[in-house]
Design a protein around this ligand. Structure first.
Ligand SMILES: [Zn+2]
Ligand SMILES: [Zn+2]
Length: 502
């Protein structure tokens, strides 16, 4: 902690004052004027307290040695184990501009907009469950230089037979572009999905790092290598250059393809700067009877106030909505549709089934990507380094990656398990059979339509249940092995002590 020079209480960074503040005596100081262990700037590291969650292994860094009361990542309330450690010293820090109260306002606004979200979220008042965390980001400085020469073409709108006349030209230019401020989160704990949702940060406002800024806040540990995002930077800069070139008024009447331009310039990554960016973070433990506990996150950009949350849907509210929709459908059926031919009815139902099936299937893919960490470059890097348990299991004998098998992706109807394919095929088969056979009695068409719509209804209910899987995550499972066995030791110590506070 940082002692107040006046009264020896704890000096903390104050958001409203944008400086260090003592709540006891009102002393205000610049973070740069505080010296702790001769905070030498040339040092590569700085001293911190690392807290490790005994439940999930997540680590969080603090300037304070006061015990952290809860884990932001799994929502567990077990006292975290602490030890003094040295962390890589960031170069820059963007101090918090938004307060906890701003955060709660942003969150409330968001839950109000989402009609199906549970009431306990709408009436959420506990401002203290938001925790200010500085997230480490890699900020890239890159240049793109080189001679660009690619093919552009212009149709002459002249045709002869099957041939169209096209003029080809070589587009020749020199590119010299500088990029700075492109940043990616460098913590495997912080999901890329959330970090992208609350982006961007204005990094031009970042200040030179000094540990005093962290006082009163936490920081996440850096565990993603800077090189992980090199490819993304290259893609982004290439795209930016190409868009700029295309904006050239001289290019207006020409066509070109991105691929051809892609290989004609080279990106050089000049520097990767470690910068701490402010994020308000909250976790909501989601319990469902008979199922594994899951967790949902709320993240708010500490500079702009941009909020993002995994908002689960209240199933009761959704069912009420579904009943209202069904009543509306029924009304349409009885009043408008009798004028339609019954076969048209069955075919419309089959079309609705196909659309539902496609939505359902794409949601399954998203669930799979989230559960396996496939959509998170930072998490994948941490998995590779053995820091985080990797979810795609590996066959112990062949070492091959096992397909992610989601037992919950199928819909059980009268003991038959329907996948998306089965559902779509059944619906089409019913419609096709009626179309070809053309039974005389209208009852056949109505019966077929009702069966298809019933299937649609069951898939829609399941869709929402599955949606809640997408808005919650597996509890994080960090292994923290390799160069850092401290987490395991910490857990063991903790168990030996019977889980009591240090
Ligand atoms: Zn004081
Ligand atoms: Zn935890």
């Amino acid at each position: 902690m940082y002692e107040c020079p006046n009264c020896a209480s704890n000096l903390k960074f104050n958001i409203a004052r944008q400086s260090m503040f003592c709540e006891a005596c009102g002393t205000v100081m610049s973070p740069y004027d505080i010296e702790k262990e001769k905070d030498a700037e040339e040092r590569e590291e700085f001293e911190v307290t690392v807290f490790t969650c005994p439940q999930c292994g997540a680590q969080i860094v603090s300037e304070d040695n006061e015990a952290a009361a809860f884990c932001s990542f799994c929502g567990g309330s077990t006292i975290l184990d602490s030890r003094i450690s040295r962390e890589k010293r960031p170069e820059l820090i963007l101090p918090f501009k938004k307060t906890k109260e701003d955060c709660l306002t942003a969150f409330t606004k968001m839950t109000k907009r989402s009609i199906f979200s549970p009431n306990e979220l709408k009436n959420y008042k506990d401002v203290d469950s938001f925790r200010g965390i500085y997230m480490p980001y890699w900020m890239y400085t890159a240049t793109k230089e080189g001679h660009v020469c690619y093919d552009v073409r212009k149709s002459l709108s002249k045709y002869r037979g099957d041939y169209e006349y096209i003029d080809h030209f070589n587009y020749d230019t020199d590119v010299d572009a500088d990029f700075t401020g492109v940043s990616y989160d460098a913590s495997s704990t912080f999901s890329d999905k959330l970090s992208q949702a609350i982006a961007p940060f204005d990094t031009t406002q970042a200040a030179k790092f000094t540990p005093a800024f962290l006082s009163g806040f936490y920081a996440d540990t850096l565990d993603v290598d800077g090189e992980v995002y090199d490819k993304d930077v290259e893609e982004l800069t290439t795209k930016a250059v190409f868009e700029k070139l295309n904006d050239d008024p001289a290019m207006k009447s020409y066509q070109t393809t991105f691929d051809k331009a892609k290989n004609s310039t080279k990106t050089a990554i000049v520097k990767r700067t470690l910068v701490m960016l402010p994020v308000w973070f909250m976790s909501l433990r989601h319990k469902e009877a008979g199922k594994e506990d899951r967790v949902a996150y709320v993240a708010v950009n500490g500079q702009t106030g941009e909020a993002c949350a995994d908002l689960p849907i209240d199933l009761k509210k959704y069912m009420l909505g579904a009943v209202i929709a069904a009543a509306a459908l029924f009304a349409i059926f009885t009043f408008i549709l009798p004028t339609l031919k019954p076969i048209a009815l069955t075919i419309s139902a089959a079309v609705i089934a196909i659309i539902t099936g496609i939505v359902y299937s794409s949601q399954n893919t998203r669930i799979k990507n989230q559960e396996t960490g496939e959509d998170d470059a930072g998490l994948k890097n941490a998995q590779k380094k053995g820091l985080v348990k990797s979810i795609p299991k590996f066959d112990s004998q062949t070492g091959k990656k096992l397909e992610y098998n989601d037992p919950d992706s199928k819909v059980n109807i009268l003991g038959i398990k329907f996948g998306t394919g089965g559902f779509i095929i059944t619906s089409i088969a019913i419609a096709a059979a009626l179309f070809l056979l053309r039974p005389v009695s209208d009852l056949w068409y109505y019966g077929g339509t009702i069966i298809i719509l019933l299937l649609v209804f069951l898939f829609l209910v399941k869709l929402m249940k599955r949606y809640n899987k997408l808005t919650t995550r597996q509890l994080p499972q960090f292994i923290r092995k390799g160069g850092d066995d401290s987490a395991k030791t910490a857990v063991r110590d903790h168990e030996r002590k019977g889980g009591e506070d240090k």
